[in-house]
Write a protein that binds this ligand. Structure first.
Ligand code: F6P
Length: 327
């Protein structure tokens, strides 16, 4: 770490959809900065608070007792105003007025797109930390919040399986992921789903119908549908199947925002703590406008546009695994 760092005061914020582990991450940023005698400010409500100057002092004690809490104590928002130059200029003026030397942005795709544009216009170093349940960023194996979300979804599907088996029903369970199937794939395999429909693989409804027809020997069936699937949402897909299989008693469950809340898993707390700590180290080292990721347990620094432009690819063996294990 450089001894002649020019970083005396930093700001941290959370932005976009909240994710379990964001609080653990804020805590790590604040505590590591404090350890290095760097002042820390918290920006409320993401870019919205930056534009409005909602910037508050933080210290070791303001982040006590939050490592286990879902949501984010700094609150979060999706900011339309930050898409305009006027909004970004106001945000820059507030950062300058608060003498901020560096910023830690915890969020997803939209957060880093904003940071990329901002860093082309104004000269304040940003370090990004991947905080999203979707796991849809390049440059890291896992994003903060993903592990908790897949465990929440898995536990919910386990419960659905109980009632599905009791009534011999076919369930379509819709999970989050915007335009990425990572949540669906993992929670689907882990809960023994009969099929998993994700946006990355074109959905053939006729093939799905045939497959479900071949599984009449099963006393329950669950199809996990990612919300961004190309064939439509779980209701639309279930209608197609209901027409072709009137013999099946079909139900639909949309898990929705339950996947975003709750106490982070140990894995998410660890990931968030390590990344939060490394963000401060990176600013001290003079790094800027990169997202911190961890790949095979090693730190990676990915420029914002590379983290967001190319979505990480799903692993085809996972879908194959599901096919074999759900016969
Ligand atoms: O990006 C996280 C996420 O939960 C997506 O999975 C989902 O599509 C989206 O946010 C929902 O956003 P909102 O809470 O703004 O409706």
């Amino acid at each position: 770490m450089s001894k002649d760092s020019t970083i005396n005061k930093i700001a941290v914020f959370t932005s976009g959809g909240d994710a379990p582990g964001m609080n653990a991450c804020i805590r790590a940023v604040v505590r590591n900065a404090t350890y290095h005698n760097i002042e820390v400010m918290g920006i409320m409500k993401g870019y919205e608070g930056m534009i409005d100057g909602e910037i508050i002092p933080m210290n070791s004690r303001t982040v006590s007792n939050i490592i286990h809490r879902g949501g984010t104590i700094l609150k979060s928002a999706r900011s339309k105003r930050f898409m305009d130059y006027e909004g970004r200029k106001k945000a820059f003026e507030h950062l300058k007025a608060n003498a901020i030397d560096g910023v830690v942005a915890i969020g997803g795709d939209g957060t880093f797109r904003g940071a990329q544009v901002f860093s082309n216009e104004f000269n304040i170093p940003f370090i990004g930390l991947p905080g999203t349940i979707d796991n849809d960023l390049s440059g890291t194996d896992f994003t903060i919040g993903y592990d908790t979300a897949i465990n929440t979804a898995m536990e919910a599907i386990d419960k659905i399986r109980d009632t599905a088996a009791a009534h011999e029903r076919l369930f379509f369970v819709e999970v989050m992921g915007r335009d990425a199937g990572f949540i669906a794939l993992r929670c689907g395999i882990a809960s023994g789903a009969e099929d998993i429909l994700i946006p990355e693989i074109e959905t053939d409804l006729e093939a799905l119908s045939q497959k479900l027809g071949n599984k009449k020997h099963k006393d329950s069936m669950i199809v996990v549908v990612s919300e961004g699937d190309d064939a439509g949402d779980a209701f639309k897909i279930s209608s197609y199947i209901r027409e072709r299989h009137p013999e099946y008693d079909i139900r639909v469950t949309v898990l929705g925002h339950v996947q975003r809340g709750g106490s982070p898993t140990c894995m998410d707390r660890m990931l968030a703590s390590r990344m939060g700590m490394e963000a401060v180290n990176a600013l001290i080292d003079g790094k800027k406008n990169v997202m911190i990721g961890i790949i095979n347990d090693k730190l990676h620094f990915t420029p914002f546009d590379s983290a967001t432009k190319h979505h990480t690819r799903i692993k085809p063996y996972l879908k194959e695994m599901m096919e074999v294990l759900s016969i």
